[in-house]
Design a protein around this ligand. Sequence first.
Ligand code: URP
Ligand code: ZN
Ligand code: ZN
Length: 461
Amino acid sequence: MDLIIRNGIVVTETDVQPLDVGIAGGRIAALGYRLDATGASEIDASGSFVLPGGVDSHTHIEEPFMGTTTSDDWYQGTSAAAAGGTTTVVDFAYQLPGGSLHDAVERWHRKAGANAIVDYAFHVVIVDPRPDVLAEIPVLVAEGYTSFKLFMCYDGLALDDLAILRILRVARECGGLPMIHAENDGLIRYLIEEALAAGESHPRWTARTRPPVAEVEATNRILQLAELIDVPIYIVHMSSGDAVDVLDRARDGGQIAIGETCPHYLALDGDEIEADGWEAARFTCAPPIRPHPNHERLWHHVSRGTLAAIGSDHDCFDLNGQKLLGRDRFDAIPLGIPGVETRLPVVLSEGARRRHLDLRTLVAALSTNPARLLGLYPRKGTIAISSDADLVVYDPRRETTITREALHQRVDFTPFEGWPVVGYPVLTVRRGQVVARDNEILAPRGSGACVTRGISSLFSS
Ligand code: URP
Ligand code: ZN
Ligand code: ZN
């Protein structure tokens, strides 16, 4: 064996077992209690859990958005991922208006290829669905780009129902997974107009102008449109308990649809953005973080499997940099929150430690489910013979207080500043290579690889 991780408790979505993990050629080659083999290198994981490497379904690295560009590059963003126990990120490649989807993918490859240190794949964002663009969708699916994000809001990104229906139809035929940002555009624009007319400028208005009804209405509408076309859908970054209830009811009625939420919606509540002063802009994102006790409703839906994936929606804009674009006008604040590095520790600490959720359910939400839903399974997302040796040694005794200084995310704040977590990833292995150990990055720039994806498991549900 090239590497053996000994004496850990291996956790998958189905099992919690004391097992040694033998690795050869970047893949898991042996699993057994006290493996009778030797490794060129051996790691003692006594007292720790060994988890499948995190699969982050939702990142925005080096991305132009709202008149600026996120502040991390692919080396910095994926270093943060590695330090936080994530071994695969799935990022969003944006079509340019007038451009092609293939151009989007090529631009993203140019950014990631020489720089990433964890493995990566791309969703393709469709903003200009001309007939020639629709024709690219099946080609991209055949090439391994099997999910497509559609926005129902935002200037320059929002698609109307007709455009969405056309895309859903093509997606159904070729097995492309539609991923939906579900917020009602007109309603938000109307509330922004009203708030600006009333002279409001504080960052809290980014949340107040995006009330739950905006998410509920769009969630309901996209579910109806998807039902009409009979195509599975994946609703990204759900924050409102009411909206997830709508999704839950549709699933109960037999519709094939799934939700993703994010650590900031599960851990934080709506009070933070209400504080006076510019610091409140640390919590500006869309959809917004909802007031207490909304997050307990989201945890319920994580346990139930309606929110099957927890993605970071990692989106770095410096508080005293890019976000200042909206210093005097809240609607110009670039929306987004960093989180690729804190995703695993926050979710495991808040979910397993504080709320006593089953570790297997959380491992599924952080790794196995996103891998399945995004066509990466079983290469990614599990600990099984022949799967990529993507592993995290997670020490449940390690107590840490999150601070920006200790993180690798290239951004001047974390929304979790001062947040205590019990348990932390202490070692991250990507395809058999140790990429991070005790917060130190050990992988060379460019050692991450693009992963070709298959069709989402939702198409065979
Ligand atoms: O606030 C957010 N989510 N910003 C990123 C863009 C998006 O909608 O995912
Ligand atoms: Zn979105
Ligand atoms: Zn996002």
